[in-house]
Write a protein that binds this ligand. Structure first.
Ligand code: SF4
Ligand code: SF4
Length: 124
């Protein structure tokens, strides 16, 4: 099992309580939040309900965006095919884990964000 190296701490109980996937997927969907409009179109296509809304209200410079829970995505690519803004790249699973923090502006799943990986004290 590939370790989720983007994990900062436990997921909030409401997210962690959702059903676990059965095996590690071949692919991983990564939301590039820099291009996400928060339209929520992808959410209805996800068969395992692992796309979480990241509120923007307390973060004045950002609108609402969404985030994929890395530990529940099954790599089906349905979200990616249906995003009107083409902002959900699919990666090989291990590569997706590596790439995710750089395109994550804010996380509700307690995963590393762009700020964490660009700060001088961040571990790679
Ligand atoms: S469909 Fe695309 S733009 Fe809309 S919320 Fe999902 S990732 Fe963001
Ligand atoms: S790839 Fe499939 S399982 Fe993963 S977030 Fe997209 S729709 Fe959900």
């Amino acid at each position: 099992m590939t370790e989720n190296t983007t994990r900062l701490g436990p997921r909030p109980p409401k997210i962690a309580a959702k059903p676990e996937r059965k095996k590690e997927p071949r692919l991983l969907a990564v939301i590039d939040q820099r291009g996400c409009t928060g339209c929520e179109a992808c959410i209805v296509f996800c068969p395992v309900d692992c796309i979480e809304i990241v509120p923007g209200a307390d973060f004045a410079q950002f609108q609402q965006v969404v985030e994929v829970d890395i530990e529940r995505c099954i790599g089906c690519a349905l979200c990616s095919k249906n995003c009107p803004w083409d902002t959900i790249p699919m990666f090989d699973y291990a590569e997706g884990i590596k790439q995710a923090p750089a395109v994550t502006l804010k996380s509700v799943c307690n995963q590393k964000t762009r700020a964490d990986v660009s700060s001088p004290s961040a571990t790679p």
